[in-house]
Design a protein around this ligand. Structure first.
Ligand code: NDP
Length: 446
């Protein structure tokens, strides 16, 4: 039975945020597992921490108007949800994708609060973005859109206030245009965005950080089952920033990544992905993943992305988008003997998938813990910007590695403390929530 405070908070959230199903799902996932925490800390209930936590500090929504290359005016919607800054300045990515709506940004911002708390670093939770689709747009169109987007956003962000980063559809190109416009408006060269280019304030290893961090986290999950990467078959969905560097690191550790995807389809490469070719197709040429199959022998291309979960593997790393792995996908993984599922994307597994994976005693690593390496390294980028220094790749990578080990340890220990050893969903939610709740108690009713 959920704690009554959980039921009250969830009912309030649904009533005040109608139709925002992704936000409902993300909140339910967290609230569902923290009843034992509320039993242990009744003071959180008295202070109505849950009701306060599910209401964002600030929700900013604005029109983004820009001219396309044909001179035709275009209109998009921009968002920034500053969810909770009790642990530090707001921090969280910007997503540019046509599916983005208010509920998407709220779900991502809510997750970000706990993820950032788990890193142990001083950062609060936020998220933003737009329904703008950079696919098929020229560089000039992307630049004009980013400049218009920043015209509004710059009033709300700052190195000590709110520091956005990239996410789906926002890579170094977009961060560059956003940064250039911020710099012009604010007359200040500060670390207001992370994911910057290496020549202008970026951090070495930031590009790799989410994917590498995911693999460091999954290494601990494997070790708990007395397994290591060597010889394992791995399926990685997506072929964007997170997916490419997760695949690269898994292969460097001796695994064979046999399948990857994009929103059009997936490729099966039984000999193991050629990372150089994948980067050339997806990063340099911004082409479809079918081009990879066309350029390498022995590779199959299948249209449609959900079929990827029927490729037999030992480890599955969903790294594309929310709700991409459903109950059927989970059953296919289980039937084929998969042992570990770790989320590189945010909420890629549906609740049915998570239940099936846990019921079949596979190890499951929730995204808010497993993919926290990106935001953690963003904080390392902010630290370098404040120091006016650039650390070496190994320095950053070593720090990332120890942060991911720390996150795993916190999750495993919290799962033990609350009586469900190995349940990293409970562990991540409980450990993140307790930190945020304690800080909220200390800072009073604001
Ligand atoms: P990218 O834009 O670099 O890549 C996204 C990938 O997912 C692309 O291969 C894209 O294919 C695919 N994709 C997008 N939408 C869908 C869909 N509806 N169905 C199937 N595939 C889809 O994004 P990132 O790699 O940065 O982000 C991926 C996930 O990781 C997101 O959930 C993000 O929130 C999360 N994340 C990212 C972090 C980061 O540091 N970048 C940090 C923590 C989490 P296509 O090219 O066809 O659109």
């Amino acid at each position: 039975m959920p704690h009554p405070a959980v039921e009250q908070a969830m009912a309030g959230l649904i009533a005040r945020n109608p139709g925002e199903s992704e936000f409902h799902q993300a909140a339910h996932e967290v609230l569902d597992s923290i009843s034992p925490v509320l039993e242990k800390y009744p003071e959180f209930v008295t202070a109505r921490i849950l009701d306060r936590l599910i209401e964002p500090d600030r929700q900013i929504m604005f029109r983004v108007a820009w001219f396309d290359d044909a001179g035709v005016p275009q209109v998009n919607r921009g968002f920034r949800i500053q969810f909770n800054n009790v642990l530090g300045p707001y921090k969280g990515g910007l997503r540019f994708h046509p599916s983005v709506k208010l509920g998407t940004i709220k779900f991502l911002g809510f997750e970000q609060i706990f993820k950032n708390a788990l890193t142990g670093l001083p950062i609060g939770g936020a998220k933003g973005g737009s329904d703008f689709d950079p696919h098929g747009r020229s560089d000039n169109e992307v630049m004009r859109f980013c400049q218009s987007f920043m015209m509004e956003l710059f009033r709300h962000v700052g190195a000590d206030t709110d520091v956005p980063a990239g996410d789906i559809g926002v890579g170094e190109r977009e961060i560059g245009y956003l940064f250039g416009q911020y710099k012009r408006l604010a007359i200040a060269f500060t670390g207001v965005l992370t994911g910057k280019g290496l020549l202008w304030g970026g951090s070495l290893a930031r590009k790799q950080a989410t994917g590498y961090g995911l693999v460091y986290f999954a290494t601990r999950m494997l070790a708990a089952r007395r397994m290591e990467w060597h010889g394992l078959r791995v399926v990685v969905s997506g072929s964007g920033n997170v997916a490419i560097y997760a695949a690269e690191k898994a292969q460097r550790l001796g695994a064979r990544v046999v399948a990857m995807s994009d929103s059009g389809g997936y490729i099966y490469d039984p000999n193991g992905i050629d990372i150089g070719l994948m980067r050339s197709v997806k990063e340099d040429r911004r082409a479809r993943i079918s081009a990879y199959a066309a350029e390498r022998t022995g590779v199959e291309y299948h249209a449609g992305c959900t079929g990827i979960w029927s490729v037999p593997c030992d480890v599955a790393l969903p790294c594309a988008t929310q709700n991409e792995l459903d109950g059927d996908g989970a059953q296919a993984l289980i039937a084929n003997g998969c042992k570990v599922v770790a989320e590189g994307a945010n909420m890629p597994c549906t609740p049915e998938a998570v239940r099936a994976i846990q019921a079949a005693a596979l190890s499951f690593g929730p995204g808010k813990a497993a993919n926290a390496g990106g935001v953690a390294t963003s904080l390392l980028e902010m630290a370098q910007n404040s120091q006016r220094l650039q650390w070496t790749f190994d320095e950053v990578d070593n720090k990332l590695h120890s942060i991911m080990n720390g996150i795993y340890d916190q999750c495993a220990e919290a799962a033990d403390d609350f009586g469900e050893p190995g349940n990293l969903v409970l562990g991540a939610n409980a450990a993140g929530f307790v930190k945020v709740a304690r800080a909220m108690m200390a800072q009073g009713l604001v």
